[in-house]
Design a protein around this ligand. Sequence first.
Ligand SMILES: Cc1ncc(COP(=O)(O)O)c(C=O)c1O
Length: 395
Amino acid sequence: MISKIVGGITPSATCELEGLIGSMKKEGIDVVALNIGEPDYKTPENICQACKDAIDARKTTYVATAGVPELRQAICRKLQRDNGLTYAPEQICVSTGAKQALFNAVMAVTNPGDEVIIPTPGWVSYVEMVKLVGGIPVCVPCKDDFQLDVAAIRAAVTDKTAAIIINSPNNPTGAIYTLESLQAMADLAVEKDIYIIADEIYEKLAYGGCKHYSVAALSPEAYEHTIVINGMSKAYRMTGWRCGYTAAPRHLAGGINSLQGHMTSNSTTFVQWAAIEALDNGEPEVQQMVEEFVRRRDYAYDRVSKMAHVSCTKPDGAFYLMPDVSWYFGKKAGDRVIKDSFDMSEYLLQQYHVAVVPGGAFMSPGTLRIAYTNSMEEIKRGLDRIEEALAALKD
Ligand SMILES: Cc1ncc(COP(=O)(O)O)c(C=O)c1O
Protein backbone atom coordinates (compact mmCIF):
# COMPACT_ATOMS: atom_id res chain seq x y z
CA MET A 1 0.00 0.00 0.00
CA ILE A 2 1.27 3.44 -0.85
CA SER A 3 2.03 5.60 2.19
CA LYS A 4 -0.57 8.08 3.42
CA ILE A 5 1.75 10.99 2.71
CA VAL A 6 2.55 10.05 -0.88
CA GLY A 7 -1.01 8.86 -1.51
CA GLY A 8 -2.25 12.30 -0.42
CA ILE A 9 -0.23 14.26 -2.99
CA THR A 10 -1.84 15.87 -6.01
CA PRO A 11 0.32 15.38 -9.13
CA SER A 12 1.80 18.54 -10.65
CA ALA A 13 -0.84 19.93 -13.05
CA THR A 14 1.81 21.64 -15.14
CA CYS A 15 3.90 18.46 -15.54
CA GLU A 16 0.80 16.37 -16.35
CA LEU A 17 -0.37 18.83 -18.99
CA GLU A 18 3.05 18.69 -20.60
CA GLY A 19 2.65 14.91 -21.04
CA LEU A 20 -0.79 15.28 -22.62
CA ILE A 21 0.38 17.95 -25.06
CA GLY A 22 3.37 15.78 -26.00
CA SER A 23 1.08 12.91 -26.98
CA MET A 24 -1.24 15.22 -28.96
CA LYS A 25 1.75 16.60 -30.87
CA LYS A 26 2.93 13.04 -31.62
CA GLU A 27 -0.46 12.40 -33.21
CA GLY A 28 0.25 15.34 -35.50
CA ILE A 29 -2.12 17.81 -33.81
CA ASP A 30 -1.00 21.43 -34.13
CA VAL A 31 -1.11 22.48 -30.46
CA VAL A 32 -0.19 26.06 -29.56
CA ALA A 33 1.57 25.87 -26.22
CA LEU A 34 0.81 28.82 -23.96
CA ASN A 35 1.37 26.70 -20.88
CA ILE A 36 5.14 26.45 -20.80
CA GLY A 37 7.05 27.73 -17.77
CA GLU A 38 10.37 28.14 -19.54
CA PRO A 39 11.77 30.66 -22.01
CA ASP A 40 11.81 29.57 -25.67
CA TYR A 41 15.45 30.70 -25.89
CA LYS A 42 18.24 28.15 -25.93
CA THR A 43 20.94 28.03 -23.27
CA PRO A 44 23.67 30.53 -24.31
CA GLU A 45 26.78 29.16 -26.02
CA ASN A 46 29.30 30.25 -23.36
CA ILE A 47 27.35 28.35 -20.69
CA CYS A 48 27.22 25.18 -22.82
CA GLN A 49 30.94 25.53 -23.55
CA ALA A 50 31.75 25.79 -19.84
CA CYS A 51 29.89 22.51 -19.31
CA LYS A 52 31.72 20.82 -22.19
CA ASP A 53 35.05 22.05 -20.80
CA ALA A 54 34.15 20.64 -17.39
CA ILE A 55 33.34 17.25 -18.88
CA ASP A 56 36.57 17.28 -20.91
CA ALA A 57 38.45 18.05 -17.70
CA ARG A 58 36.58 15.08 -16.15
CA LYS A 59 34.85 17.18 -13.55
CA THR A 60 32.51 14.25 -13.31
CA THR A 61 33.06 12.93 -9.80
CA TYR A 62 31.15 13.36 -6.56
CA VAL A 63 31.91 16.71 -4.94
CA ALA A 64 30.86 18.34 -1.66
CA THR A 65 27.10 17.93 -1.09
CA ALA A 66 26.58 21.70 -0.99
CA GLY A 67 28.42 22.24 -4.29
CA VAL A 68 31.92 23.03 -5.50
CA PRO A 69 33.47 25.94 -3.57
CA GLU A 70 33.91 27.93 -6.82
CA LEU A 71 30.16 27.89 -7.50
CA ARG A 72 29.25 28.72 -3.93
CA GLN A 73 31.65 31.67 -4.13
CA ALA A 74 30.07 32.77 -7.43
CA ILE A 75 26.62 32.60 -5.79
CA CYS A 76 27.88 34.71 -2.88
CA ARG A 77 29.19 37.29 -5.39
CA LYS A 78 25.84 37.31 -7.19
CA LEU A 79 23.85 37.74 -3.96
CA GLN A 80 26.08 40.64 -2.94
CA ARG A 81 26.02 42.30 -6.39
CA ASP A 82 22.33 41.88 -7.22
CA ASN A 83 20.64 41.74 -3.83
CA GLY A 84 22.98 43.48 -1.38
CA LEU A 85 23.17 40.24 0.63
CA THR A 86 26.31 39.00 2.33
CA TYR A 87 26.66 35.24 2.63
CA ALA A 88 29.66 32.99 3.18
CA PRO A 89 30.03 29.92 0.92
CA GLU A 90 29.12 27.60 3.84
CA GLN A 91 25.66 29.22 3.92
CA ILE A 92 24.96 28.14 0.34
CA CYS A 93 23.66 24.74 -0.72
CA VAL A 94 23.51 24.03 -4.46
CA SER A 95 20.61 21.72 -5.33
CA THR A 96 18.98 19.89 -8.21
CA GLY A 97 16.94 22.90 -9.30
CA ALA A 98 15.23 25.51 -7.17
CA LYS A 99 12.60 22.85 -6.70
CA GLN A 100 14.88 20.74 -4.54
CA ALA A 101 16.18 23.86 -2.81
CA LEU A 102 12.59 24.74 -1.90
CA PHE A 103 11.88 21.27 -0.63
CA ASN A 104 15.05 21.38 1.48
CA ALA A 105 13.98 24.74 2.91
CA VAL A 106 10.43 23.62 3.70
CA MET A 107 11.70 20.47 5.38
CA ALA A 108 14.36 22.35 7.31
CA VAL A 109 11.87 24.59 9.13
CA THR A 110 8.64 22.56 9.33
CA ASN A 111 7.83 20.02 12.03
CA PRO A 112 4.92 17.61 11.52
CA GLY A 113 1.71 19.49 12.30
CA ASP A 114 3.28 22.93 11.72
CA GLU A 115 1.50 25.39 9.46
CA VAL A 116 3.07 27.06 6.43
CA ILE A 117 1.36 30.10 4.94
CA ILE A 118 1.12 30.21 1.15
CA PRO A 119 -0.28 33.34 -0.52
CA THR A 120 -2.52 32.35 -3.42
CA PRO A 121 -2.60 32.18 -6.38
CA GLY A 122 0.62 30.27 -5.73
CA TRP A 123 2.92 27.86 -7.51
CA VAL A 124 1.60 24.30 -7.75
CA SER A 125 4.33 22.58 -5.71
CA TYR A 126 4.27 24.64 -2.50
CA VAL A 127 1.17 23.03 -1.03
CA GLU A 128 2.36 19.54 -1.90
CA MET A 129 5.84 20.14 -0.48
CA VAL A 130 4.35 21.24 2.82
CA LYS A 131 2.11 18.16 2.87
CA LEU A 132 5.10 15.93 2.06
CA VAL A 133 6.92 16.97 5.22
CA GLY A 134 3.81 16.46 7.36
CA GLY A 135 3.03 20.17 7.58
CA ILE A 136 -0.30 21.92 7.03
CA PRO A 137 -0.54 24.37 4.11
CA VAL A 138 -2.54 27.48 4.99
CA CYS A 139 -3.55 29.28 1.79
CA VAL A 140 -4.20 33.01 2.09
CA PRO A 141 -5.68 34.69 -1.01
CA CYS A 142 -3.94 37.77 -2.36
CA LYS A 143 -5.86 40.98 -3.08
CA ASP A 144 -7.65 41.44 -6.41
CA ASP A 145 -4.53 42.98 -7.96
CA PHE A 146 -2.56 39.88 -6.84
CA GLN A 147 -0.59 41.86 -4.26
CA LEU A 148 -0.08 40.33 -0.80
CA ASP A 149 -2.95 40.81 1.61
CA VAL A 150 -0.73 41.73 4.53
CA ALA A 151 -3.56 41.94 7.07
CA ALA A 152 -4.93 38.54 6.06
CA ILE A 153 -1.49 36.94 6.30
CA ARG A 154 -0.98 38.46 9.74
CA ALA A 155 -4.37 37.13 10.81
CA ALA A 156 -3.46 33.65 9.54
CA VAL A 157 -0.37 33.37 11.77
CA THR A 158 -0.91 31.05 14.75
CA ASP A 159 1.41 29.55 17.32
CA LYS A 160 1.82 26.63 14.91
CA THR A 161 3.04 28.76 12.01
CA ALA A 162 6.55 27.78 10.93
CA ALA A 163 6.99 29.78 7.73
CA ILE A 164 5.52 31.93 4.97
CA ILE A 165 6.44 31.22 1.36
CA ILE A 166 6.87 34.39 -0.67
CA ASN A 167 7.35 34.17 -4.44
CA SER A 168 8.08 37.47 -6.17
CA PRO A 169 8.04 37.95 -9.16
CA ASN A 170 5.21 35.48 -8.94
CA ASN A 171 4.26 32.37 -10.79
CA PRO A 172 1.39 32.29 -11.80
CA THR A 173 0.29 35.94 -11.50
CA GLY A 174 3.36 37.86 -12.66
CA ALA A 175 2.95 40.19 -9.66
CA ILE A 176 6.00 41.77 -8.07
CA TYR A 177 5.26 42.43 -4.42
CA THR A 178 5.71 46.00 -3.25
CA LEU A 179 8.56 46.97 -0.96
CA GLU A 180 6.03 47.94 1.71
CA SER A 181 4.36 44.56 1.70
CA LEU A 182 7.70 42.74 1.78
CA GLN A 183 8.79 44.94 4.68
CA ALA A 184 5.55 44.00 6.45
CA MET A 185 6.32 40.31 5.86
CA ALA A 186 9.84 40.74 7.19
CA ASP A 187 8.55 42.55 10.30
CA LEU A 188 5.93 39.86 10.85
CA ALA A 189 8.48 37.05 10.55
CA VAL A 190 10.79 38.72 13.05
CA GLU A 191 7.98 39.57 15.49
CA LYS A 192 6.52 36.04 15.46
CA ASP A 193 9.88 34.31 15.06
CA ILE A 194 8.87 32.43 11.92
CA TYR A 195 10.70 31.94 8.64
CA ILE A 196 10.22 33.41 5.21
CA ILE A 197 11.06 31.12 2.34
CA ALA A 198 11.74 33.65 -0.42
CA ASP A 199 11.46 32.03 -3.84
CA GLU A 200 13.27 34.51 -6.10
CA ILE A 201 13.65 32.29 -9.17
CA TYR A 202 12.06 34.97 -11.44
CA GLU A 203 14.01 37.91 -10.00
CA LYS A 204 15.63 38.89 -13.31
CA LEU A 205 12.28 39.01 -15.07
CA ALA A 206 11.03 42.37 -13.81
CA TYR A 207 9.62 44.80 -16.35
CA GLY A 208 9.01 48.48 -16.94
CA GLY A 209 11.05 49.83 -14.05
CA CYS A 210 9.50 47.45 -11.51
CA LYS A 211 12.11 46.42 -9.01
CA HIS A 212 12.58 43.10 -7.29
CA TYR A 213 13.47 43.32 -3.58
CA SER A 214 14.98 40.52 -1.58
CA VAL A 215 13.23 40.18 1.80
CA ALA A 216 16.44 39.00 3.44
CA ALA A 217 18.05 42.35 2.63
CA LEU A 218 15.48 44.40 4.49
CA SER A 219 17.13 44.14 7.93
CA PRO A 220 19.70 42.00 9.77
CA GLU A 221 16.80 40.39 11.66
CA ALA A 222 14.96 39.64 8.41
CA TYR A 223 18.16 38.01 7.10
CA GLU A 224 18.19 35.65 10.10
CA HIS A 225 14.56 34.69 9.38
CA THR A 226 14.79 34.17 5.62
CA ILE A 227 15.91 31.36 3.37
CA VAL A 228 16.57 32.70 -0.13
CA ILE A 229 15.80 30.36 -3.02
CA ASN A 230 17.13 31.01 -6.49
CA GLY A 231 18.56 29.15 -9.47
CA MET A 232 19.68 29.12 -13.07
CA SER A 233 16.52 27.89 -14.79
CA LYS A 234 14.57 30.99 -15.71
CA ALA A 235 17.19 33.72 -16.09
CA TYR A 236 19.90 31.74 -17.89
CA ARG A 237 17.60 29.39 -19.82
CA MET A 238 18.94 26.38 -17.97
CA THR A 239 15.67 24.69 -17.03
CA GLY A 240 16.78 21.17 -17.93
CA TRP A 241 20.16 21.53 -16.26
CA ARG A 242 18.58 21.37 -12.81
CA CYS A 243 20.63 23.81 -10.80
CA GLY A 244 19.28 25.94 -7.96
CA TYR A 245 20.35 26.90 -4.47
CA THR A 246 19.45 28.01 -0.97
CA ALA A 247 21.17 30.83 0.87
CA ALA A 248 20.33 30.38 4.53
CA PRO A 249 21.21 31.83 7.91
CA ARG A 250 24.06 29.92 9.53
CA HIS A 251 21.85 28.14 12.06
CA LEU A 252 19.91 26.46 9.20
CA ALA A 253 22.59 25.98 6.53
CA GLY A 254 24.22 22.94 8.13
CA GLY A 255 20.88 21.14 8.48
CA ILE A 256 19.97 21.81 4.85
CA ASN A 257 23.33 20.42 3.80
CA SER A 258 22.85 17.27 5.93
CA LEU A 259 19.35 16.76 4.54
CA GLN A 260 20.57 16.96 0.97
CA GLY A 261 23.48 14.67 1.83
CA HIS A 262 20.94 11.91 2.45
CA MET A 263 18.67 12.75 -0.48
CA THR A 264 20.80 13.35 -3.59
CA SER A 265 24.34 14.33 -2.49
CA ASN A 266 25.73 17.04 -4.78
CA SER A 267 23.83 18.26 -7.83
CA THR A 268 25.49 17.32 -11.16
CA THR A 269 29.13 18.33 -10.96
CA PHE A 270 29.79 19.54 -14.52
CA VAL A 271 26.55 21.55 -14.50
CA GLN A 272 27.90 23.46 -11.54
CA TRP A 273 30.79 24.74 -13.69
CA ALA A 274 28.32 25.93 -16.31
CA ALA A 275 26.40 27.71 -13.55
CA ILE A 276 29.53 29.66 -12.60
CA GLU A 277 29.78 30.89 -16.19
CA ALA A 278 26.09 31.86 -16.15
CA LEU A 279 26.36 33.83 -12.93
CA ASP A 280 29.63 35.56 -13.82
CA ASN A 281 29.03 36.28 -17.53
CA GLY A 282 25.36 35.70 -18.29
CA GLU A 283 23.94 39.17 -17.73
CA PRO A 284 23.97 40.68 -21.28
CA GLU A 285 21.84 37.86 -22.69
CA VAL A 286 19.44 38.08 -19.75
CA GLN A 287 18.85 41.74 -20.60
CA GLN A 288 18.10 40.93 -24.26
CA MET A 289 15.60 38.30 -23.19
CA VAL A 290 13.92 40.66 -20.75
CA GLU A 291 13.43 43.24 -23.54
CA GLU A 292 11.72 40.61 -25.67
CA PHE A 293 9.50 39.52 -22.79
CA VAL A 294 8.36 43.11 -22.28
CA ARG A 295 7.19 43.16 -25.92
CA ARG A 296 5.39 39.86 -25.52
CA ARG A 297 3.83 40.84 -22.22
CA ASP A 298 2.51 44.10 -23.66
CA TYR A 299 1.05 42.36 -26.69
CA ALA A 300 -0.50 39.48 -24.73
CA TYR A 301 -1.89 41.74 -22.02
CA ASP A 302 -3.39 44.10 -24.59
CA ARG A 303 -5.09 41.22 -26.43
CA VAL A 304 -6.38 39.43 -23.34
CA SER A 305 -7.69 42.52 -21.60
CA LYS A 306 -9.71 43.37 -24.73
CA MET A 307 -11.41 39.97 -24.85
CA ALA A 308 -15.11 40.13 -24.02
CA HIS A 309 -15.96 39.44 -20.36
CA VAL A 310 -12.34 38.77 -19.43
CA SER A 311 -10.50 40.83 -16.85
CA CYS A 312 -6.76 40.80 -16.34
CA THR A 313 -4.22 42.52 -14.08
CA LYS A 314 -1.14 43.71 -15.93
CA PRO A 315 1.80 41.60 -14.73
CA ASP A 316 5.06 43.31 -13.77
CA GLY A 317 7.31 40.27 -14.01
CA ALA A 318 7.87 36.54 -14.63
CA PHE A 319 6.26 35.44 -17.92
CA TYR A 320 2.63 34.76 -17.10
CA LEU A 321 -0.78 36.41 -17.36
CA MET A 322 -3.69 35.33 -15.18
CA PRO A 323 -6.94 36.47 -16.76
CA ASP A 324 -10.24 35.91 -14.97
CA VAL A 325 -12.55 33.96 -17.28
CA SER A 326 -15.15 33.02 -14.67
CA TRP A 327 -17.91 34.91 -16.56
CA TYR A 328 -17.89 31.96 -18.97
CA PHE A 329 -18.39 29.29 -16.30
CA GLY A 330 -21.79 27.67 -16.71
CA LYS A 331 -21.80 28.37 -20.46
CA LYS A 332 -21.90 25.57 -23.02
CA ALA A 333 -19.99 24.35 -26.05
CA GLY A 334 -22.58 22.05 -27.65
CA ASP A 335 -23.62 19.75 -24.82
CA ARG A 336 -20.49 20.37 -22.85
CA VAL A 337 -20.88 22.70 -19.84
CA ILE A 338 -17.76 24.60 -18.79
CA LYS A 339 -18.01 24.38 -15.04
CA ASP A 340 -14.60 25.62 -13.92
CA SER A 341 -11.04 26.47 -14.97
CA PHE A 342 -10.13 22.79 -15.41
CA ASP A 343 -13.03 22.28 -17.84
CA MET A 344 -12.10 25.50 -19.60
CA SER A 345 -8.48 24.51 -20.20
CA GLU A 346 -9.56 21.02 -21.32
CA TYR A 347 -12.05 22.60 -23.74
CA LEU A 348 -9.39 24.96 -25.10
CA LEU A 349 -6.93 22.11 -25.57
CA GLN A 350 -9.27 19.50 -27.01
CA GLN A 351 -11.40 21.69 -29.25
CA TYR A 352 -9.14 24.62 -30.08
CA HIS A 353 -5.72 23.02 -29.60
CA VAL A 354 -4.34 25.73 -27.38
CA ALA A 355 -2.73 24.77 -24.07
CA VAL A 356 -3.04 26.92 -20.93
CA VAL A 357 -2.95 25.89 -17.28
CA PRO A 358 -6.19 25.99 -15.25
CA GLY A 359 -6.06 28.63 -12.50
CA GLY A 360 -7.57 26.04 -10.16
CA ALA A 361 -4.18 24.31 -10.08
CA PHE A 362 -2.79 27.48 -8.48
CA MET A 363 -5.76 27.91 -6.12
CA SER A 364 -7.22 30.62 -8.32
CA PRO A 365 -10.43 28.98 -9.51
CA GLY A 366 -11.75 31.74 -11.80
CA THR A 367 -8.63 32.10 -13.93
CA LEU A 368 -6.32 30.59 -16.53
CA ARG A 369 -2.55 30.90 -16.58
CA ILE A 370 -1.26 31.98 -19.96
CA ALA A 371 2.53 31.86 -20.45
CA TYR A 372 4.07 34.23 -23.00
CA THR A 373 7.21 32.15 -23.30
CA ASN A 374 6.51 31.17 -26.88
CA SER A 375 7.32 33.27 -29.98
CA MET A 376 5.18 36.28 -30.89
CA GLU A 377 3.61 34.34 -33.77
CA GLU A 378 2.67 31.47 -31.49
CA ILE A 379 1.32 33.84 -28.84
CA LYS A 380 -0.82 35.50 -31.52
CA ARG A 381 -2.07 32.17 -32.86
CA GLY A 382 -2.85 30.94 -29.34
CA LEU A 383 -4.71 34.10 -28.33
CA ASP A 384 -6.71 34.02 -31.58
CA ARG A 385 -7.82 30.52 -30.67
CA ILE A 386 -8.72 31.45 -27.10
CA GLU A 387 -10.76 34.41 -28.34
CA GLU A 388 -12.60 32.22 -30.83
CA ALA A 389 -13.20 29.51 -28.21
CA LEU A 390 -14.65 31.94 -25.68
CA ALA A 391 -16.91 33.52 -28.30
CA ALA A 392 -18.27 30.08 -29.17
CA LEU A 393 -19.57 29.49 -25.63
CA LYS A 394 -23.35 29.91 -25.28
CA ASP A 395 -25.94 29.95 -22.48
C1 LIG B 1 7.80 29.72 -8.63
C2 LIG B 1 8.75 28.64 -9.01
N1 LIG B 1 9.65 28.24 -8.11
C3 LIG B 1 10.53 27.27 -8.39
C4 LIG B 1 10.53 26.65 -9.60
C5 LIG B 1 11.52 25.54 -9.85
O1 LIG B 1 12.56 25.94 -10.63
P1 LIG B 1 13.75 24.93 -11.03
O2 LIG B 1 13.60 24.68 -12.49
O3 LIG B 1 15.01 25.64 -10.71
O4 LIG B 1 13.59 23.70 -10.21
C6 LIG B 1 9.62 27.04 -10.58
C7 LIG B 1 9.58 26.36 -11.90
O5 LIG B 1 8.66 26.45 -12.65
C8 LIG B 1 8.71 28.07 -10.28
O6 LIG B 1 7.82 28.50 -11.19
